[in-house]
Design a protein around this ligand. Structure first.
Ligand code: ZN
Length: 198
């Protein structure tokens, strides 16, 4: 059965197959980014590595938010995520673990951010005035991906010697995407009290 959302976007002249394919690749790329950044931060050591780690942590959490915000739209449009996930993203992020030093890791991270900016710009262009929900979501993520690029540029330009610091509170706040995450049930901050059976 065709989803209503899919029917509506097709009626507005959007190629729904192409749109779903791009959304799935973006979601896969965000998931891959969360995965590889989780591994990268464990390997970051030294003064420069520690400085990058804070930045990486923020991006890692925001990319997880991007993944979670994209999923509902994929399913609303009648799409599905691949299983197993494999490498469907096309993002260069996997190369980051081959980096020899912090500088080359940042270069790969920059490439990955550029890849994302291009993909979300394409999504915006494809849906502008035709699919408002996907458009506003893609635009919100685009703002955050551009922010990630700026953080990397700042890191490259100043480096730790020039006093580079990265501080946002709270980490992974996703100022633009947060409103799309409300449908995802919030996790309690502390586990609920449990009765002990004796
Ligand atoms: Zn992202």
């Amino acid at each position: 059965m065709k989803s209503v959302a899919r029917e509506l976007v097709e009626k507005n002249g959007v190629d729904a197959d192409k749109l779903v394919d791009l959304l799935v690749r973006c979601a896969a790329s965000e998931f891959a980014s969360y995965y590889y950044l989780s591994l990268l931060r464990i390997n970051l050591i030294g003064a420069e590595g520690e400085a990058l780690k804070k930045l990486v942590e923020d991006i890692r959490l925001e990319d997880r938010n991007h993944f979670e915000a994209l999923l509902p739209r994929v399913y609303e449009l009648g799409g599905a995520m691949p299983s197993p996930i494999g490498d469907h993203s096309g993002s260069p992020i996997a190369d980051v673990l081959q980096s020899q030093d912090v500088r080359s890791a940042v270069e790969t991270l920059m490439k990955s951010a550029e890849f994302s900016v291009r993909a979300y710009t394409q999504l915006c262009n494809m849906t502008c005035g035709k699919d408002n929900r996907t458009y506003s979501l893609a635009l919100a993520i685009l703002h955050e991906e551009i922010e990630h690029q700026v953080w990397f540029l700042d890191f490259i330009a100043r480096g730790v010697k020039e006093g580079f610091t990265h501080a946002t509170t709270p980490r992974g706040a996703s100022p633009f995407v947060a409103k799309f995450l409300h449908s995802v049930a919030p996790r309690p901050a502390t586990p609920p009290p449990r009765r002990l059976a004796y």
